[in-house]
Design a protein around this ligand. Structure first.
Ligand SMILES: NC(=O)c1ccc[n+]([C@@H]2O[C@H](COP(=O)([O-])OP(=O)(O)OC[C@H]3O[C@@H](n4cnc5c(N)ncnc54)[C@H](OP(=O)(O)O)[C@@H]3O)[C@@H](O)[C@H]2O)c1
Length: 329
């Protein structure tokens, strides 16, 4: 039998575990060319919130009752394809289940690296590629500049903080709570802002960056983006990666500092990691040794068992993770 999580109902506001239902089906017979993978790690990510909507402007959504999907790593347990043999460890995007039956084009062999395989769901996978491409290809940092990174204790943000330090930037990083701020300082942030502490983001960022910021890497949106507008130096660059603070919000986002764009004339660019997959070799060439030798520290928050997948996913929106949120099967 195969157990697969399905979308049971659409969330209103923050997703709840009850929005998902675990169903058992008979394991599919393997057709010629196909590969069966027993999953050992599942990724849960903020973008999955978008899959749960009726419709949204930036990605296809799931129908009610549809099987959930997402990044996963596992071992080939049966193969009718010469490219993959039993025992190969592979990554794919058909997760939220204990076993996946895949076409060869849906599977990638893991690049060689002296790291645990689940790193390829974190700093050596999609979140790491997002951090690397957003910082280096979109924001184009120069040594000596000051960057503000929001959502900095998460999978993407923690990579941005550490790559920015490697590139000689001064890093102001924000996250929720004193423990996460201590983590940010441990991984090299020069200033850590606790956005949950009393006071406005405008005041906190203005105090942290009295001369202003050259770069804003946005993972949160809302009042974080607004504060970055207030503090932007002339011709600052904004890499707009995601807005996790807005995905569940009932009210539209208001940017009271938007007129600062007229003063600062920032370059603001949204991007998606796939926009830069043609440059994945550059990413792996840099990041694998950085992660292997500990120059980049990869923190993980791990939930145990397939049953915990929706809980792990919902916890992302409560700040339940430091580093990459993962499920170990
Ligand atoms: N452009 C792309 O291709 C791409 C790819 C991957 C991810 N993203 C985006 O990048 C961002 C980070 O993703 P990730 O995978 O690294 O997730 P993550 O940061 O590992 O997890 C999300 C974190 O966001 C924070 N958060 C949740 N709700 C919040 C709120 N209302 N206000 C402020 N912070 C909140 C929480 O940390 P705190 O405890 O600090 O609140 C939580 O731990 C997301 O916006 C995501 O959509 C974009």
């Amino acid at each position: 039998m195969t157990r697969i999580w399905h979308l049971a109902s659409r969330p209103h506001g923050a997703p709840q575990p009850e929005n998902f239902v675990l169903q058992e089906t008979t394991a599919a017979v393997l057709a010629p060319g196909m590969v069966r993978v027993r999953n050992s790690w599942l990724s849960v990510d903020p973008y999955m919130r978008g899959l749960l909507e009726d419709s949204n402007p930036y990605m296809p959504t799931l129908g009610l009752g549809a099987a959930m999907i997402g990044g996963a790593i596992g071992a080939v347990v049966e193969s009718r394809n010469n490219l993959f043999k039993v025992g190969d460890i592979v990554s794919h995007r058909v997760g939220w289940r204990d076993e996946s039956v895949l076409k060869p084009e849906e599977i990638a062999a893991l690049p060689k690296a002296d790291v645990p395989p689940q790193r390829f769901l974190g700093h050596l996978g999609m979140p790491g590629m997002t951090a690397y491409s957003g910082l280096l290809f979109v924001a184009e940092p120069k040594s000596g500049e000051t960057i503000f990174v929001s959502g900095a204790a998460g999978a993407v943000g923690s990579a941005v903080v550490q790559i920015a330090k490697i590139k000689g930037l001064t890093v102001i990083a924000s996250a929720g709570g004193p423990d996460k701020c201590a983590f940010l300082r441990e991984i090299g942030a020069d200033v850590a802002i606790d956005y949950r502490a009393p006071g406005s983001m405008d005041d906190k960022l203005s105090a942290a960056a009295p001369e202003g910021i050259d770069i804003y890497f946005d993972n949160v949106g809302g009042d974080h983006l607004d504060a970055a507008l207030l503090c932007a130096k002339r011709h600052a660059r904004f890499a707009l990666c995601g807005m996790v603070g807005v995905y569940n919000a009932a009210k539209p986002m208001v940017l009271k500092n938007i007129l600062h764009t007229i003063r600062a004339k920032p370059k603001m660019q949204c991007f998606s990691a796939p926009d830069y997959y043609h440059r994945r070799d550059e990413f792996l060439t840099d990041m694998i040794p950085w992660v292997e030798n500990g120059l980049i520290r990869s923190q993980e928050t791990i939930h145990e068992g397939l049953e915990s997948t929706p809980i792990a996913f919902c916890d992302i929106f409560k700040g339940g993770n430091t580093g990459k949120m993962l499920v170990r099967l």
